[in-house]
Design a protein around this ligand. Structure first.
Ligand SMILES: Nc1ncnc2c1ncn2[C@@H]1O[C@H](COP(=O)(O)OP(=O)(O)O)[C@@H](O)[C@H]1O
Ligand SMILES: [Mg+2]
Length: 294
């Protein structure tokens, strides 16, 4: 278990990555360098949401950010998405500064964000009909892509249902299908499972790893930045867990999660899993406490 900012070592721990082959900075898919974000609010002191935040995310890595509520997780994700601009430092994708949203990055939030007036099929196809991802596809190719995404997330038989006819878990399956239909290189996910009941959540964690391609080499996986406040979820999913402190939001520790993949219920029951979960809890306990009293 390493608490270290030495990204070479973390990269080497990911199958398919050999840090000796190329310097880590050449392999970073996403890079946050000394990033800060201040929010100026009229009539009040500026609030510093994120400070001195430096982190590389490797191609194909599943990076999870944990931290207590209000510590700046969403702000970090919004800067990666290009929805917010940093007030200090640089945020880059493949070495190019992120200046706004782009088709290479797909975003998914906790609330389902499905169009209530569209069916599952309509929701999944929306980005392909109206965005750049589907512009080179014929109508037939788009329909085939939508169907393969429906199959991928296990929504066969529910294609023609509307969001209000679906359970929370099915809605997030639909949101996930819509996300991957656009084939983004990077998935940015802000507590996408937080609104679900505990059982559904475990099932969707498994599904998410399957869809990410945990049995494929890192080079053919998408890069994921996933936010959660649930430590067990972070340990189950992640190659590395980034732990944030609160007020201001800084990176407190980077923890390698060397649990073998594919991961499953046996992983959750293993002593290694329990030890990692305990270790991360010990790192954020004081922060979490502070978040309940300030
Ligand atoms: N648009 C905004 N204007 C002012 N303050 C904000 C804004 N967005 C977030 N903040 C503040 O920044 C801090 C971090 O928020 P956020 O990134 O949403 O935290 P988290 O996602 O970890 O709960 C909080 O103190 C929050 O109040
Ligand atoms: Mg948040």
């Amino acid at each position: 278990m390493h608490e270290t900012g030495v990204h070479e070592r973390a990269l080497a721990a990911i199958p398919g990555h050999d840090a000796a082959q190329a310097p880590a900075h050449e392999r970073a898919k996403l890079r946050l360098q000394d990033v800060g974000k201040r929010f100026e609010t009229a009539g009040r002191a500026a609030s510093v949401a994120v400070q001195d935040f430096t982190l590389d995310v490797a191609q194909g890595e599943f990076l999870v950010i944990v931290g207590p509520s209000g510590c700046g997780k969403t702000t970090v994700l919004n800067m990666l998405a290009g929805l917010e601009r940093p007030t200090a430092g640089r945020v880059t994708l493949d070495g190019v500064e992120i200046a706004g949203p782009g088709p290479a990055r797909g975003v998914m939030f906790q609330d389902y964000a499905l169009f209530p007036w569209q069916t599952v099929r309509g929701n999944i196809g929306f980005g392909l009909r109206h965005g750049p991802a589907g512009s080179a596809l014929s109508a037939k190719e788009r329909a085939a892509r939508v169907q393969s995404c429906i199959d991928l997330v296990g929504l066969n038989g529910s294609e023609d249902k509307y969001p209000h006819e679906l359970s929370g878990g099915m809605r997030q399956r639909a949101a996930l299908a819509r996300l991957v239909a656009n084939e983004p290189e990077v998935l940015l996910m802000d507590e996408p499972l937080a609104a679900l009941d505990a059982q559904t959540r475990l099932i969707l964690q498994d599904e998410l790893l399957r869809i990410w391609g945990q049995d494929r080499p890192a080079a053919s996986r998408r890069t994921v930045v996933f936010i959660t406040h649930a430590i067990d979820e972070a340990v189950f999913l992640a190659d590395r867990v980034a732990v944030m402190t609160t007020h201001p939001g800084r990176l407190k520790a980077l923890i390698d999660i060397p649990l073998a993949r594919p991961r499953n219920d046996a992983t959750r029951a293993s002593p290694e899993f329990q030890a990692l979960t305990q270790h991360i809890w010990s790192l954020i306990r004081d922060e979490a406490y502070r978040a309940t009293v300030t």
